[in-house]
Design a protein around this ligand. Structure first.
Ligand code: MV4
Length: 498
């Protein structure tokens, strides 16, 4: 195992990685920007180095500064977390040049998975189901018309270099095809510098189900079960759960087997995720994510495996902790992403000072957070401030527990997505588990209805918990008088505290 590693990230994921380090006896090094000198992760680390201005390109995306810091402090490996440099093959290249181990996927597989046409080709060859469509880039209009005709409308035009929802357009009839091709090509050219596009069957209202995989450097690859990630908005996930409400032992074995073939066929190592679209009993490979993901805790909760610890074990050359038959799923876990955003104003980011903070606790509750009371959330980075994860023996118990934990969660000073999550837990359709990727848009009115109700009539308990931070005017006046009396008394006689 390593003696010391550098974490090239910030916020809750930096702390998550450092927690694994502490348990393994590995020293952790934080790098932080000028905007993060008061951040919890910089204080949690054994060593912390300022690497520059708040702008990501001058700090968390600056490979040179990060490698320099690792060399200077003698870190043997770098963990990139998610986002920032996590899927940048250049980080791995630079690490190799400097004899530093990257705790992540090899550059060659990151690149293979970055091209959607290439990855589909590899997956088809490995016997993983892919969405019906073209196997090559489409350039000629006549070809496109013919292809769409043979696939059958609706179809979707996608950029090969795309991902995360950028550069794709659905087409319901031939008339729309030309415009969709042109617009997708031009978006792809400007966003990715690669105008290659392809066409496939559009799967309407699918579920997004993904499988966690782990692969070591000795040829062992396993899957660590599934996650349902259909509850999203503009390609930002909001709620994830494990297992998927539709999962059965048989389906898990089949889809998990496909995920393992996907990973092992490309010589994948470390932790990764194989994403599928699922619709009417059919499932199709969508993308592979070559990083630890935001939602990894729900998998840890239902399987008992510390995925970040496994990443460190794998990178230091050890064998996987477990064989496939050792992996079992127990109970149900749900994660709500708590963002500093106003759900009543189109989820507009709402950074600022947290003037009251108390996180929930009790049985089956986990909070992975990067914030604290009186902390000021900087405006330069993404707006996720914590993740609330609950466990239940059943999905029903997990939903009830999430409602209870959300009620206990007090964050004052900034608007958060907590009211949205409370509303989702109240949604009959969510409770029924009939989820798909358009769920939030489809049931927008139902959710908004619950939300104004939740905000207006927060339970008496929530009001009481909140009152411990926001005293009544009378109490506030008394406490101001006491504070001022104490201040005067202390200044008169510093050794005599009243
Ligand atoms: C699709 C699809 C339906 N049919 N492909 C969105 C992100 C990008 N990586 C792929 N995406 C989709 N591809 C076909 N053939 C629907 C989506 C999609 C989606 C997928 C996963 C999670 C959320 C989504 C939200 C909207 C659309």
């Amino acid at each position: 195992m390593f003696n010391k590693i550098l974490i090239a990230n910030r916020g809750e994921i930096a702390i998550r990685v450092m927690r694994a380090c502490k348990e393994l006896g590995v020293k952790s090094v934080a790098v932080y920007s000028d905007a993060d000198s008061n951040s919890l992760f910089a204080k949690y680390a054994d060593e912390a180095y300022n690497i520059g201005k708040p702008s990501p390109s001058e700090s968390y995306l600056n490979i040179q500064k990060i490698i320099d810091t690792a060399e200077k402090c003698g870190a043997e490996a770098i963990h990139p977390g998610y986002g920032f440099l996590a899927e940048n093959p250049k980080l791995g290249e630079e690490c190799e040049k400097h004899g530093i181990k990257l705790i992540g996927a090899k550059g060659s597989v990151i690149e293979a998975m970055g091209s959607k046409i290439e990855s589909k080709k590899l997956m088809r060859a490995a016997g993983v189901p892919v969405i019906p469509g073209t196997a090559k880039g489409v350039t000629e209009l006549e070809d496109a018309v013919e292809i769409a005709e043979s696939i059958g409308y609706p179809v979707i035009v996608k950029a090969s270099a795309g991902g995360g929802g950028i550069g794709m357009r659905t087409v319901y009839e031939e008339d729309e095809l030309v415009r969709a091709l042109e617009s997708t090509q031009s978006v792809a050219a400007s966003a990715f510098g690669d105008s290659t596009i392809y066409i496939e069957k559009y799967v309407e209202e699918p579920r997004h189900i993904e499988f966690q995989v782990l692969a070591d450097e000795h040829g062992n690859t396993i899957h660590v079960a599934d996650r349902e990630c259909s509850i999203q908005r503009r390609h930002q996930k909001l709620i994830e759960e494990s297992p998927s409400p539709i999962m059965t032992e048989e389906l898990r074995e089949e889809m998990g087997g496909a995920a393992v073939r996907a990973a092992s066929s490309i010589g994948y190592t470390n932790a990764g995720t194989v994403e599928f679209l699922y619709s009417n009993g059919e499932y199709y490979f969508l993308e592979m994510n070559t990083r630890i993901q935001v939602e990894h805790p729900i998998t840890e909760i239902v399987t008992g495996i510390d995925l970040v610890k496994q990443q460190l074990n794998i990178a230091s050359g050890e064998e996987l902790c477990c064989a496939q038959e050792d992996i079992t799923v127990k109970g149900h876990a749900i994660e709500c992403r708590i963002n500093a955003e106003d759900p009543l104003n189109d989820f507009a980011p709402n950074p600022g000072k947290i003037t009251g903070y108390r996180s929930p606790g009790g049985i089956g509750v986990r909070v992975d957070s990067g914030v604290y009371m009186n902390y000021t959330i900087p405006p330069y980075y993404d707006s996720m401030i914590s993740k609330l994860i609950v466990y239940g023996m059943t999905r029903e118990e997990a939903i009830a527990r999430m409602r209870r934990a959300l009620d206990e969660y007090i964050i004052l000073g900034v608007k958060t997505t907590i009211p949205f999550h409370k509303s989702m837990m109240l949604s009959k359709h969510f409770q029924e588990g009939k989820l798909h990727t358009h769920f939030v848009d489809q049931y927008r009115n139902e959710i908004m209805g619950h939300m104004s109700e939740v905000i207006k009539t927060d339970t008496e308990m929530v009001a009481r918990l909140r009152s411990t931070f926001k005293p009544s005017p009378k109490v506030a006046a008394v406490s101001a008088a006491v504070n001022s009396y104490m201040a005067k008394s202390i200044s008169k006689n510093p050794n005599n505290y009243p």
